[in-house]
Ligand binder design. Structure first.
Ligand SMILES: Nc1ncnc2c1ncn2[C@@H]1O[C@H](COP(=O)(O)OP(=O)(O)OP(=O)(O)O)[C@@H](O)[C@H]1O
Ligand SMILES: [Mg+2]
Length: 337
């Protein structure tokens, strides 16, 4: 018996939810490519660990950028390997829910659909990422009550005002978790003449990062390469130093939310005023991001439980709508729409 599944092919992580198992795959969207044999050697966690650590024969490729496919061939092989981990081949292909960025273009959508069809998927329903995230955060999306959900991932902050299962308004900022890492890399380069890699920057963000001064105290050791001597060095930075670089990306996201609020219909804005804004996505775990956005837009802001899993949980829950085409409210759109 084949189980239906939902998939989120994110900039940072690919997640698969199967009916029965729940979240069965949750791994970085990364692949190690063997340039000599022209084939993929590793995908997921093992591949991501090698990022910045290989050269010559092997390359680590992150084939998804800002939620869409940047390298089709690699994305196809990577997703294929993830799907094979959980879906046994069968004559009857399972129904599939695909979580997509809310402002995906038709070309980008076709690329994702083609990729899934390569693995035999022919009954695909698509759900917009903020709608899936809202469902995963426990919001009743079928209600006429408006909800403002922001999913801050690796490549984008994908946001929507949701009502009656659909999006009244959507918005995207193509700066999120990865942009925060880049800001840390830039700051360390300018301040300490030191070159650091993506992993080091991401670890600093997760372990010592914050967007509100006074949230994290103490020093944090960063190791890298001196840009003058080329030799390995380490510096002890004050965790507080990361606040300003991280605020740059958070500021862009807050500005977009403000802009969306200005364009939200009056009835819905009343609901949002009462309920506040919900943050989901991995980068919503950044310390102080709820307070920072709350102060910027002058509304209540809360982070959902396990924010990084909201979109895939909601996509999984949306599988039920694949079997209920008559539902008055349906967050799915069919492939081809
Ligand atoms: N504790 C944490 N503090 C700050 N950032 C975090 C934390 N945990 C994860 N992140 C960041 O969350 C991002 C990944 O989030 P997520 O898995 O939701 O992205 P994605 O769905 O792959 O990307 P996208 O939706 O943009 O395509 C990464 O940038 C990661 O560094
Ligand atoms: Mg995502």
């Amino acid at each position: 018996m084949q189980s239906d599944f939902a998939i989120e092919i994110g900039t940072s992580n690919t997640r698969i939810f199967t009916v029965g198992k729940g979240i069965a795959v949750n791994e970085p969207s990364a692949a190690v490519f063997d340039n000599a044999e022209e084939e993929i050697k590793e995908v997921g966690t093992k591949a991501y660990e090698m990022l910045g650590r290989v050269s010559g024969r092997y390359s680590v490729i992150c084939p998804i950028r800002e939620g869409v496919i940047a390298d089709y061939g690699i994305a196809c092989s990577m997703v294929g390997k993830f799907i094979k981990k959980v879906i046994r081949s069968s004559i009857v292909m399972p129904k599939t829910v695909l979580c997509v960025p809310s402002e995906i273009t038709s070309v980008e959508k076709s690329a994702l659909l083609n990729l899934l069809q390569t693995f035999g998927a022919n009954r695909i329903g698509m759900i917009k990422q903020p709608v899936a995230a809202a469902m995963g955060a426990g919001i009743d999306i079928s209600s006429p009550h408006g909800a403002f959900v922001v999913n801050i991932g690796g490549g984008m902050a994908d946001m929507a005002v949701i009502s009656l299962g659909g999006t009244a308004l959507t918005g995207t900022v193509r700066s999120a978790g990865n942009a925060m890492d880049e800001e840390i890399i830039k700051y360390i380069r300018h301040t300490y003449n030191m070159h650091i890699g993506k992993h080091t920057a991401e670890n600093a963000k997760i372990n010592a990062g914050s967007v509100i001064p006074g949230t994290v105290s103490g020093t944090y050791t960063i190791k890298g390469k001196c840009m003058i001597t080329g030799m390995p060095i380490k510096v002890d930075i004050d965790a507080e130093e990361l606040v300003e670089p991280l605020q740059k990306t958070a500021g862009l996201i807050a500005a977009k939310i403000k802009d969306m609020l200005e364009h939200t219909p009056p009835e819905l804005i009343g609901d949002i005023h009462t309920d506040g804004i919900i943050l989901t996505g991995g980068a919503a775990c950044l310390r102080g991001i709820d307070k920072f956005i709350g102060e910027a837009v002058e509304l209540k802001v809360r982070v959902a439980d396990e924010p990084e899993l909201c979109a895939i949980r909601g996509s999984g829950a949306a599988i039920a709508y694949m079997n209920n085409r008559k539902a008055k409210i349906n967050p799915l759109s069919r492939a081809g729409n």
